[in-house]
Design a protein around this ligand. Structure first.
Ligand SMILES: [Zn+2]
Length: 274
């Protein structure tokens, strides 16, 4: 075999990663076939795998051009009604393509299934790993310390909700957790691992998506388009119509009004400086 400048270990990791991606694609395709209508699909980022040089290809040359891949842009996010199992855990070996997009990629799995994950810590020396826990992990805090009066005044001045408002905690001691371990040093490809089988189940039901701000968050491209609409003065009801037509069912009118207010404020500030 030709020396490709990569170790056996790296090859193994690459193979495992590709297998995992393949499994994910199968699941996505299976889910697509279950979809009652053609749900819109988006690809937020182009995942590229460096082609492995093959001697065979060089030998074949021009005579036999390989056919173009049938589907170059694979969907990585599915929107719209897909038959998800509530609270389903991502499989052991599930891969994430970068540290920077880890939250977003995990959200793509977890939020449609009624839960979300947050970072609980990271190991940065040796084999890198990031620990994730269920958003409802930890104990509810019933008694909050009194807040600084200046914070309340500041919030009031900015027209925000008072920070003293006692919102009920969503924490319920859920032990669901996993870690994402970098497959090989510097690869920035991360594989999901459950350190313990007991931590593969939640102690609560799926959350109502409209009560979860993270479930209502739009992907970057859609959010940019909504901003554009808001700046153009498009009606919130019309925006909602268009969002629903594209499969984004969870955005609240208040989210849009808040966003509009924020944009106006930001635009005014920028205008004032020039
Ligand atoms: Zn949980």
């Amino acid at each position: 075999m030709a020396d490709l400048g990569i170790t056996q270990q790296q090859l193994t990791a690459l193979f495992t990663t590709l297998s995992s991606i393949d499994q994910r694609l199968h699941r996505i395709e299976a889910a697509l076939r279950l979809t009652p209508y053609n749900a819109p699909m988006i690809q937020p980022m182009q995942q590229q795998v460096a082609p492995i040089p093959q001697q065979q290809q060089q030998q074949q040359q021009q005579q036999q051009q390989p056919p173009p891949p049938q589907q170059h842009h694979r969907p990585t996010v599915l929107l719209g009604p897909v038959n998800f199992i509530p609270l389903e855990a991502p499989p052991q070996g599930y891969t994430v393509s970068s540290r920077a997009s880890m939250q977003e990629e995990l959200d793509q799995w977890t939020i449609p299934r009624g839960y979300s994950m947050r970072i609980a810590g990271a190991k940065v020396t040796g084999k890198k790993k990031v620990r994730w826990v269920c958003y409802r992990g930890g104990e509810a805090r019933h008694h909050r310390p009194p807040l600084d009066e200046s914070l309340i005044q500041q919030a009031k001045a900015e027209g925000r909700r008072k920070p003293t408002t006692d919102r009920s905690s969503k924490k319920c001691g859920c032990m669901f957790k996993f870690e994402l371990i970098e497959t090989t040093k510097g690869s920035d490809i991360w594989m999901l691992h459950y350190p313990n089988d007991e931590h593969k189940v939640h102690n609560h039901g799926p959350s109502d998506q409209t009560s979860d701000p993270r479930a209502r968050k739009l992907p970057a491209f859609m959010s940019a388009e909504v901003d554009q609409w808001l700046r153009e003065g498009k009606q919130v009801s019309k925006i909602q119509e268009d969002l629903k037509a594209r499969g984004f069912m969870n955005v609240l009118n208040t989210d849009l009004y808040n966003r509009k207010r924020m944009l106006q404020k930001a635009d005014t500030q920028v205008g004032g400086m020039t």
